[in-house]
Design a protein around this ligand. Structure first.
Ligand SMILES: NC(=O)c1ccc[n+]([C@@H]2O[C@H](COP(=O)([O-])OP(=O)(O)OC[C@H]3O[C@@H](n4cnc5c(N)ncnc54)[C@H](O)[C@@H]3O)[C@@H](O)[C@H]2O)c1
Length: 313
């Protein structure tokens, strides 16, 4: 069977596509930057084409040609600084182009990336974990686009009986992450390169999940024809940047990580306590412990610089 992945040469997509091939899928990847990933190991099981999700014809012609069973849309702008019209075109109309083309071509299961950002600040929920059913307090352009995407999916599902599933990744981490939340990444990669790094608040909270783990989540959800729910929180490891700095120093005692403020930051953090029981119970997801992922990232950066790996313990 065939999956189409839009935005598939990006940070998550380049890890998801090999997993889909591993599940037996042929994959056609459409991206505005087709050179972002090579997929050499997958050979002719993966075809990459250039296309723009904001152009309905690009999406429709591709789906009409390929007739995939599955469509996964990862194309997006991660940030809230776009001019309103550009944000709407890519993040909202782009999503509608995917849903409408999926409807017209009879795609069996459509999956898209939402985000933990829809829930908004942790302060809305006190010290409890947010669930998929909680009110969405997200306040910025990116969060509002994701909130509206979840509504778009529900509207298509209600009116046409389509199966459309949202995965809400938390703060995805990996050595090659350059967009979205990158402070928790830089807290690992800069010291691994021997560079100093400074952050505003020691107590600022994040919920990292490694990119290999979120790629596996997308693969398992996409390969299920009818998931039990329409939305799945990824969850992750709730940790402050200060605690992460200590973890990094456990591997790199000379790491130069500093904070402008030794306290504060927790109260303005995005939601970091996240209930992912749906994902764990339905898909059996278990993540590699975050400490191991931190060491993995350090050693990937060191390998790039020709340095030997650091052993655990
Ligand atoms: N990385 C994270 O921490 C994180 C967290 C929560 C949600 N998400 C969501 O996951 C999805 C994928 O994230 P990512 O980290 O892989 O992002 P990314 O920016 O690395 O990848 C997005 C891909 O979309 C492509 N793209 C952009 N505009 C396009 C267009 N007009 N037409 C076709 N392709 C286009 C880009 O070239 C890129 O390859 C996004 O929807 C993002 O909002 C990511």
């Amino acid at each position: 069977m065939t999956s189409v992945v839009i935005g598939g040469t990006g940070f998550i997509g380049r890890r998801l596509i090999p997993r889909l091939v591993g599940c037996g899928e042929d994959v056609v990847c459409m991206d505005i930057n087709p050179g972002g990933a090579a997929f050499e190991a997958e050979g002719d099981r993966v075809k990459v084409v250039r296309g723009d999700v904001t152009q309905f014809d690009d999406v429709m012609v591709l789906l009409a040609e390929v007739r995939p069973e599955r469509l996964i849309n990862l194309s997006y702008y991660i940030g809230s600084d776009l001019p309103p019209r550009v944000a709407t075109k890519l993040n909202v109309v782009g999503m509608d182009n995917c849903f409408e083309a999926a409807r017209l071509t009879g795609v069996r299961h459509t999956v898209f990336a939402s985000s933990l950002a829809v829930s908004g600040a942790q302060s809305h929920f006190g010290e409890r974990a947010t669930t998929e059913d909680d009110f969405r307090h997200g306040a910025k352009q990116y969060a509002w686009c994701k909130i509206f995407n979840e509504w778009q999916a529900k509207d298509y599902a209600d009116k046409y009986g389509m199966t459309i599933t949202a995965v809400r990744p938390a703060n995805v981490t990996g050595p090659d992450k350059v967009r979205g939340s990158v402070d928790h990444v830089n807290c690992i990669t800069r010291p691994a390169r021997g560079e100093p790094v400074t952050f505003p608040y020691r107590d600022a909270m994040r919920t990292p999940i490694h990119v290999d783990d979120i790629a596996e989540v997308f693969a398992r959800v996409a390969m299920t024809d009818k998931p039990a729910h329409a939305i799945y929180n990824s969850g992750g490891t709730a940790i402050s940047l200060g605690e992460l700095a200590e973890m990094v120093r456990g591997f790199l005692p000379d790491a130069r990580i500093s904070f402008e403020n030794e306290t504060g930051g927790k109260e303005v953090s995005s939601n970091y306590l996240i209930d992912n029981r749906r994902l764990v119970e339905e898909f059996g997801m278990q993540y590699v412990p975050y400490r191991q992922r931190v060491l993995q990232i350090i050693n990937e950066v060191r390998a790039d610089a020709g340095k030997p790996p650091i052993a655990d313990g």
